[in-house]
Design a protein around this ligand. Structure first.
Ligand code: NAD
Length: 261
């Protein structure tokens, strides 16, 4: 039987935060499209579970994206196993609720460290190998909280705003090296992070959070429902593939119309 051609055949991808949610969904799609995928996460078990679902194409890397030595090792382990990375999906992120007047400094710094500094460090570590390989695609994980005001999310929104500015900035510096840099801004997606932060904020167990989520979000989303992880992974595959060869510095919303409402 002839093997069908994958959209990411021959690519070597690094996906941070691949042990859960959006990162796992994208890592699995990347592998299904033919890429070799380094699944990076703080959570070994989560990353292992993702890799188990993809077999030979996957590598577990336990690393903290806020630590430069870890991001350097993440690239070294990827190069050793698969060769130089040609795709980076800098997806690892954490939530953090609170209005600007209430959020404490520790939480602010933790959110900025993972969501913004982690994105930068991941790119910094990948760029030399990516440029040597002749180019690549960096996909940064933004959020629609960077584009419209969301209540009680000062640190998170600021971190994602930074990601968008960094994306545009890096696109300019690295276009001559054939490295494309784009950001995805997902709307409200059903993931463990969303369920956890809502359960926490509302003081209910995670098992009871679905009705509350629907009641709050559906009226704000023209398409009338939350997004699914595969709907973001589909955009990530496009940006990782050569189909997006002339797309750089772009901020792509995937949000059921929420930022257009
Ligand atoms: P999730 O909690 O399900 O997964 C995040 C993963 O990142 C976890 O496996 C976690 O262990 C890992 N991680 C956290 N800190 C890390 C660190 N320092 N180093 C390495 N790994 C680390 O979250 P998710 O909902 O899949 O979110 C993924 C990304 O998408 C985040 O950047 C988030 O801000 C963004 N996002 C999510 C939504 C949503 O509605 N869920 C919307 C917009 C953007």
């Amino acid at each position: 039987m002839m093997r069908s051609v994958g959209r990411l055949d021959g690519k070597v991808a690094i996906v941070t935060g691949a042990g859960s949610g959006l990162g796992r969904a994208a890592a699995l799609r990347f592998a299904a499209e033919g890429a070799s995928v380094a699944c990076v996460d703080l959570d070994r078990e989560g990353a292992q579970e993702t890799v188990s679902a993809m077999g030979e194409r996957g590598l577990v890397v336990v690393a903290d994206v806020t630590a430069e030595a870890d991001t350097e090792r993440m690239v070294a382990e990827t190069v050793e196993r698969f060769g130089p990375p040609t795709v980076l999906y800098a997806n690892a992120g954490i939530g953090g609720r609170g209005a600007a007047g209430e959020v404490d400094l520790e939480l602010w710094q933790a959110v900025l460290a993972v969501n913004l500094t982690g994105v930068w460090l991941s790119a910094k570590a990948c760029l030399p190998a990516m440029m040597d390989a002749g180019g690549g695609s960096i996909i940064n994980q933004g959020s629609i909280t960077a584009l419209i005001g969301f209540a009680n999310s000062a640190a998170y929104s600021a971190s994602k705003g930074g990601v968008i500015s960094l994306t545009r900035q890096m696109a300019i510096d690295y276009a001559p090296h054939n490295v494309r840099v784009n950001a995805i801004c997902p709307g409200v997606i059903e993931t463990p992070l969303l369920r956890r932060s809502w359960a926490q904020a509302q003081g209910v167990p995670e098992s009871e959070v679905d009705d509350l989520l629907a009641e709050h979000w559906h009226p704000q989303i023209p398409m009338g429902r939350l997004g699914q992880v595969d709907e973001i992974a589909a955009m990530a595959v496009y940006l990782a593939s050569d189909e997006s060869a002339w797309t750089t510095g772009s901020i792509l919303t995937v949000d059921g119309g929420q930022t257009s409402a």
